[in-house]
Write a protein that binds this ligand. Structure first.
Ligand code: PD2
Ligand code: ZN
Length: 289
């Protein structure tokens, strides 16, 4: 047995490899994506060669390899304790769930910081889109009826301070974070349930995965109190996080084996009264440039 293959390939990666080899992607481009997703060169090369040989010898059918594999939970990246002392603020934990890994915080941002972030965003807002599963391009759909904008990492001193605070709390390098996204929902606005990770069996995911690898965790900060509705919902576990100014919710969904956790299906419930402002930070497996 090839010793490199003693690191098993999960069902999703196996399916992705088969599909990409069968549709004629070069082994170099497949290798590049796997390296971006934290496979070592030796392990990725061995898996590509093994699956290419299986295909050549008619030993694979897609139906046979898509069987669900249970997500393997790892320890949460969020530090233990009820109060977390960061360099510039003291954050309170108000709830922890382990499967899926979800943590809710109070006191992550001050009211003044929330107001300032909203004020910086109002002029920049544009209708939000989603990733087209086929093409990977951004498309506008009714399931996401918010407007939003982005701030590059460290775009100004204020954003830099938030980026650093978020990275410390998420226990993940700042360099792996996407730019901060701000979202504004009017009354009636919603974001129907979805996954924040890029499903590796969708062709549209490839371009996103090539830039920093898979998303591993999300951090949503609530910038205002919402008069009615607007909770962040996790339908698989029946959880509704009520938006409150300065509080935040964290959830993680990718492990070291390259699995993603479908129990993190989540959405933004319709705003029933008033408006809703949030900021979202997505972290990647590797450097996000
Ligand atoms: O607005 C929310 O609560 C929400 C829900 C689901 C935000 C996101 N996803 C997101 O920004 O990914
Ligand atoms: Zn989301």
């Amino acid at each position: 047995m090839n010793t490199q293959l003693s690191m098993p390939l999960n069902a999703a990666w196996r399916k992705w490899l088969i599909e990409n080899l069968q549709k004629g992607c070069t082994q170099e481009s497949i290798l590049a994506s796997m390296l971006q997703n934290q496979f070592s060169h030796a392990v990725a090369t061995a898996h590509i060669a093994a699956i290419a040989a299986d295909i050549a010898n008619n030993r694979v059918t897609l139906g046979a390899v898509v069987a669900d594999e249970k997500y393997h939970y790892e320890a949460s990246r969020i530090a233990s304790g009820n109060t977390l002392n960061l360099s510039d603020c003291q954050v309170k934990i108000s709830m922890r769930l382990t499967e899926p890994d979800i943590v809710v915080f109070d006191n992550f941002m001050s009211a003044a910081e929330c107001e300032h972030l909203i004020a910086l965003s109002v002029e920049k807002l544009e209708r939000s889109g989603v990733v087209d599963p086929e093409t990977g391009k951004t498309i506008i759909i009714p399931a996401r009826s918010s407007e939003g904008c982005y701030f590059h990492r460290g775009e100004n001193a204020f954003i830099q301070q938030l980026d650093t605070r978020i990275s410390a709390l998420m226990n993940w390098p700042e360099t792996h974070g996407e730019g901060l996204q701000i979202l504004h929902y009017e009354n009636g606005g919603e974001y129907r349930p979805h996954f924040d990770y890029f499903p590796i069996d969708q062709t549209g995911s490839a371009a996103h995965l090539a830039k920093g690898g898979q998303r591993v965790a999300t951090f949503i900060m609530y910038l205002n109190d919402v008069e009615g509705g607007g909770e962040t919902i996790f339908p698989e576990v029946g959880l509704r996080v009520v938006p409150r100014q300065g509080s935040a919710v964290y959830f993680s969904y990718a492990n070291a084996q390259g699995q993603v956790d479908p129990a993190t299906l989540h959405g933004g419930a319709p705003v029933l009264a008033g408006e809703k402002w949030i900021a979202t930070k997505w972290m990647r497996q590797g450097n996000y440039v």
